[in-house]
Structure formats: structure tokens, C-alpha cells
Ligand binder design. Structure first.
Ligand code: SF4
Length: 393
């Protein structure tokens, strides 16, 4: 939907494509490209006064400083949505089914095993386990799932359970988040995905889902505690749900502050930031907000690279933006295009059906002038025989 001019979320028109940034914005862009830290007010000014191409150039300079050369990475993994049953009814979600719904499911371990075997056969190195928040599954379900994967498929990385799932388990078990993570880690958890971040500003969160799912501070707590326990995590942002630039900047600031703390005192930290755009089809928000354009996506991606000076990787979202904008994202601060997505159900339910093979991904990166390198779930470079040739350079 793109024409509903009066809908919430219509952002003030930024600098027109091709126009120059304001002098104040140019000064900030130069500073950020040289490694200077932007304040929240600086980021807001850039959202409003920096041109698309100059934002991209500054973000590219930062990306080159952090990751010199032509390598761009990707991953072969599979999203396994072990259940779609969820106690929440997020207005942006087309994936969940309420308890008792005939379309609700919980995958048996044998089926999860079959999915892992297919992933391994395709050269995959990890799985991302994420569900709805199923109120009736006992804690032992999560322990058995992780234990099964560790025992049967020790070579596959277990990147699992978003902050709202972990926060819910902690509440249900009446144990602190830290203890919940300790138990999951002992069962085989290796890293935590950044899902459930949406927009880390409680006013927006209240509007698009129930705050009981995880207020901003609880999302941050899960990641802080995971880092302290030696579990790397990622951070995401789903934007274009009617928020303003202020809320996007507030989100970036939460991520940067958590990362500052973790880098100073924890064993692990965020490996990457993954911004992506809300997909509205089949959701309760459909038709009620002005969703993001490719132009808005690229500006926000570049701003993210500039603001998050302490997060090593920024991922381009070909899954929500399509392959062509995925390529362009590599010139707006992204150094990685994420997974080829052997399976993805959540954004597919909301209308994004982009798919790719490993060969497609490599061709895409090469055609954009980059050298494709497969990496693992926590951005380690893959050294399996199938990837050795790719990684030699
Ligand atoms: S986004 Fe997650 S928590 Fe919200 S309804 Fe969907 S599955 Fe449930």
C-alpha cells in the first residue's frame, strides 16, 4: 500500500533523490564516515536533511573501514518455526495461530530432524529456531529440542529463541531471565536471534502488540544477560509500522547502549544488526499504516550503519526487499546478505515470498562486484570442504 497519504507513519518528506544534503548534514556525514559517534539528535537531522546518495556513501565508507575489500558474506541456514501457536496477537503478524486453532501446529522432533538433514545436505551450517510463544509447552520441551539437536546433529549451530520467547519462559517458570538462559545454554543453546525487537520504543510497541510480550527494557535485558553468559546475539529492527524517525533513532540508541555495556563487561555481544521492513499482507495492520518504500529502507539501513559504530556487521534484507534492492544494500552499509532462507514462514505469511539458492546468492553478490563468502551463524567464516574454495581468498 503506498497512496494513503493520511495514514499514521507518513514520514516528513526527506531530501529528494539526487538533491544534496544540507551543510549541517554533510558535516555530520563526514564525521561519521571518519568514525565519529553520532548523537540521537545528529541521527534525526540526518534522517531529515541528508540525501540518499550521500547517506549511502558515508555508510559505505564505514563498511569499508570495518570490512576492507570486496568480501560480502552470506549464510546457509534454515528457519525452523517449531510452533505457530502463540498467546500474543501482534497486529503486524500473519504467522501466529491461537491455541486450539485447527491450523496450529507443534513440529515433532522427527520432522525437525528431517529439516536439519535437508539443511546439512545443502551445505547449511545452522538453524534458527523460533516459534510463536506457546503457553502450554513445558520448559522441558525446549531442553529436549536443544538436546536432540546437539546429540543428533552436533555440527549444526543452534541459534534459538527470540527475547519474547525467553522472557515468557522466565515469567512462566518464575525464574530470572539469567537463570532461564543458563538452563537453555546448558541444554545446547549457542546464540540468540534478535527477533521480537520490532521498534524498541514502548509507545510504538503498545500500539502494535501487547506490551506483556516484552517491553523494550525486557528485550534489552535478555540480550544483556545472554552476552554476560557468553552467548552472542543479533539485533533486528522491523520498521514501517507507523513509527516516526524519533522512534527509529530511539531503537538504534537502545541497541548501541546495550552493545557499549556488553563490549565493556560481557563475554559476548551483538554480532550484527538486521533492519527489515514490515510486510503487511494478512496482518491486522494492513491498510492502517504507511509502509516503507525501498528508498526509506536504504536510508534507514545507511543510518543504522552510521549510528551503530560498535556493531560489527549490518545485514541487507533481500528477503523483504527483493534481490535487486538486496544488491543495492551492499552500497548502503550492509556487508552481509544473511541467509539463503531454505525455509522461512513468518514474512512469507505476510506476503514476502523471495527465495534463493546458494548459486543464486553467489551470483547476486558477484554481479554486484563482491566476492561471496559463506559464514556461520555467528559470522565465523565457514571452513567446511564445500566452502574452502570460496574462503581461500
Ligand atoms: S510476532 Fe511472534 S509473538 Fe507476535 S503474534 Fe506473531 S508469533 Fe506471536
Amino acid at each position: 500500500m503506498s497512496t494513503a497519504a493520511a495514514l499514521p507513519g507518513v514520514l516528513p518528506a526527506p531530501v529528494a533523490p539526487g538533491a544534496r544534503s544540507s551543510p549541517r548534514a554533510r558535516t555530520l556525514l563526514d564525521r561519521a564516515a571518519d568514525g565519529g559517534r553520532l548523537s540521537p539528535d545528529d541521527a534525526l537531522l540526518l534522517f531529515r536533511e541528508a540525501s540518499l546518495l550521500e547517506l549511502g556513501a558515508a555508510a559505505s565508507a564505514v563498511r569499508q573501514r570495518l570490512h576492507p575489500g570486496t568480501v560480502a558474506t552470506y549464510q546457509v541456514d534454515r528457519n525452523i518455526n517449531y510452533t505457530n501457536v502463540c498467546i500474543y496477537r501482534c497486529r503486524f503478524c500473519a504467522f501466529y495461530r491461537p491455541s486450539g486453532d485447527p491450523e496450529g501446529y507443534v513440529l515433532p522432533l522427527e520432522e525437525i530432524g528431517r529439516k536439519v538433514e535437508e539443511t546439512l545436505a545443502l551445505g547449511g551450517t545452522g538453524v534458527l529456531l523460533q516459534g510463536g510463544v506457546h503457553a502450554e509447552l513445558p520448559f522441558s520441551f525446549y531442553e529436549e529440542l536443544l538436546g536432540f539437536l546437539r546429540r543428533e546433529y552436533p555440527g549444526i549451530h543452534r541459534h534459538a529463541f527470540s527475547a519474547p520467547e525467553i522472557y515468557f519462559l522466565a515469567k512462566k517458570e518464575r525464574t530470572p531471565v539469567r537463570e532461564t538462559l543458563v538452563r537453555l545454554k546448558e541444554a545446547g543453546l549457542m546464540s540468540v536471534p534478535g527477533g521480537g525487537a520490532e521498534i524498541l520504543e514502548d509507545g510504538v510497541r503498545k500500539r502494535i502488540f501487547s506490551l506483556t510480550k516484552a517491553p523494550t527494557e525486557r528485550w534489552a535485558e535478555v540480550h544483556r544477560e545472554a552476552h554476560a553468559l557468553g552467548l552472542p546475539t543479533t539485533a533486528t529492527m522491523m520498521f514501517g509500522v507507523g513509527e516516526g524517525y524519533e522512534e527509529r533513532v530511539a531503537h538504534l540508541d537502545v541497541v548501541r547502549r546495550v552493545q557499549d555495556g556488553s563490549l565493556a563487561a560481557a563475554a559476548e555481544s551483538f554480532t550484527a544488526f538486521i533492519p527489515w521492513t514490515f510486510q503487511e499482507e494478512n496482518t491486522a495492520l494492513d491498510g492502517t499504516v504507511e509502509t516503507s518504500t525501498g528508498f526509506d529502507y536504504l536510508r534507514t539501513l545507511a543510518l543504522s550503519r552510521l549510528y551503530l559504530d560498535n556493531v560489527p556487521h549490518v545485514q541487507g534484507s533481500w528477503v523483504t526487499q527483493g534481490k535487486k534492492i538486496g544488491q543495492v544494500s551492499l552500497f548502503f552499509g550492509a556487508d552481509d546478505l544473511g541467509s539463503i532462507m531454505i525455509e522461512e514462514n513468518v514474512v512469507a505469511a505476510a506476503g514476502a515470498h523471495n527465495r534463493m539458492t546458494r548459486a543464486d546468492m553467489e551470483a547476486l553478490l558477484r554481479d554486484a562486484g563482491f566476492t561471496p563468502v559463506q559464514r556461520g551463524s555467528v559470522y565465523e567464516r565457514c571452513h567446511e570442504p564445500c566452502c574452502a574454495g570460496l574462503n581461500a581468498g
